[in-house]
Design a protein around this ligand. Structure first.
Ligand code: LLP
Length: 411
């Protein structure tokens, strides 16, 4: 969503018109931003001859967004069998789908094998069982944990010593033993350090650790270095310097391929980088309450629709779409949930009056996908804007959705 000097717009569309047509709260995604981000990413690694982008769909699983990703040339990373099935449903080939679950059941792994997707195993017991069941018949990837602490906060750091993810990089000997005993073929090394990593050095250091480990695996087809690129959430914040990371890693990866003896594929699986900035959650102000020391703007949404501020202390910029040029005042923007659900604290923003529409920015990644029916509220509709046209891509839930699976018994 841009400000054009007098009002906000999304590819020429007035967000207030979208609220009129589809109601609030409403998630709106700008496909142009997704496309730009995709191009920036590919451009950064232009020197890599075999590059693959696996969009981490957990960030945004709307099937129309997935279809758009496919059209851009992206592949996908999934973390559950349901996500695998969504991707198959929108037309991704099984081999375009990476499946990187954490601690799932054996039967789910077997189903992924039946569906023919690229499986990444994240524990020694699963690797051993997999090797015994499939031997050399189904080449597989493994997720390593390189023991690196990085990421926006502890909850989204996934490669440190105490993180549940991956096989410790200190257990390479055990992996080798399993390979020998079972004949399992390891065709991919995977790692994901964490989310919102700004420093280029982290990406480089982790890459070095994985390239070093890779020498022990003769059958590699790819190295997957995960996601985690940071995009700015605050007004003057900086994201990961993609050209810098891209150039440095491309050079190092090309050298690795030379030393390894053949060209393999470099895979990245970003979520936020591709979709965080495309999204806006449009909400309407129900009540403005001026207490002696603080003013609250209560909106028709809350942590049920956008949990990131309460779960990670995440910052989301909020704008007054209805009245962008009014004098500024301080507000806490809060939800309608019966629990503390601050969306923003002590924010200076144009004076808010009841009925105004506010736009919560950077609401593309991990926002709708983490939404719930808490307080028995329905989840919002979603709109995808492409080429100046708004398309409804998910209907707002209804009362029926709230009661559908409940079974009323007298006990
Ligand atoms: N690959 C794997 C295996 C992952 O677990 C994740 C994210 C990604 C890729 C993509 O990471 P990204 O590029 O989006 O940082 N709900 C949290 C973020 C959790 C990320 C979980 N894994 C949030 O809203 O900040």
């Amino acid at each position: 969503m841009n400000f054009n000097g007098s009002r906000f717009d999304i590819q020429g569309i007035n967000p207030l018109d979208l609220c009129e047509q589809y109601g609030t709260p409403l998630y709106v995604y700008d496909a142009q931003i997704i496309e730009n981000q995709y191009k920036i990413l590919r451009g950064a690694f232009a020197d890599v001859s075999r590059l693959r982008i696996n969009f981490a769909i957990k960030a945004l699983t709307n099937v129309s967004v997935l279809k758009f990703m496919k059209r851009l040339g992206s592949c996908v990373d999934t973390v559950s069998i349901e996500e695998v099935k969504l991707c198959l449903r929108v037309g991704f080939e099984p081999q375009q789908i990476g499946y990187t679950p954490s601690g799932v059941s054996w039967s789910e792994i077997e189903e992924a094998v039946r569906l023919g997707v690229k499986v990444h195993l994240d524990s020694l017991p699963l690797l051993e069982r997999f090797g015994k069941a499939h031997g050399a018949n189904y080449p597989v990837g493994i997720r390593l944990n390189p023991h690196v602490m990085a990421g926006g906060n502890l909850k989204i750091s996934t490669a440190h010593e105490r993180s549940k993810f991956g096989i410790s990089i200190l257990q390479l000997d055990d992996i080798q033993r399993i390979m020998k005993e079972t004949g399992v073929v390891i065709e991919g090394l995977h790692q994901h350090t964490g989310s919102e990593i700004k420093e280029s050095e982290v990406f480089l250091n982790v890459a070095e650790l994985i390239f070093d480990a890779a020498k022990n695996f003769p059958d590699l087809q790819y190295i997957d270095l995960g996601g985690g690129f940071k995009v700015p959430y605050k007004p003057h914040e900086k994201g990961t310097n993609m050209p810098k990371v891209g150039a440095a890693i491309a050079a190092r990866f090309n050298q690795f391929c030379k030393d390894y003896g053949r060209d393999i594929e470099l895979v990245w699986e970003p979520g936020k980088f591709l979709v965080a900035q495309c999204g806006t959650l449009l909400v309407r102000v129900n009540v403005v309450k001026h207490n002696p020391s603080i003013s609250f703007a209560h909106v028709d949404s809350g942590l049920n629709h956008l949990i990131r501020p309460m779960m990670y202390d995440a910052y989301h910029e909020i704008v007054n779409v209805s009245n962008p040029l009014a004098d500024k005042r301080l507000y806490n923007v809060v939800g309608y949930i019966c629990e503390t659900d601050n969306l923003a604290e002590d924010r200076e923003m144009p004076e808010i009056t009841e009925g105004d529409v506010l736009g919560i920015q950077n609401a593309g990644a991990y926002c709708f996908t983490m939404a719930s029916n808490y307080n028995s509220r329905v989840r919002p509709a979603e709109v995808l804007v492409y080429n100046g046209q708004a398309h409804l891509v998910r209907a707002r839930e209804t009362w029926d959705d709230i009661v559908r699976n409940q079974i009323e018994v007298e006990v």
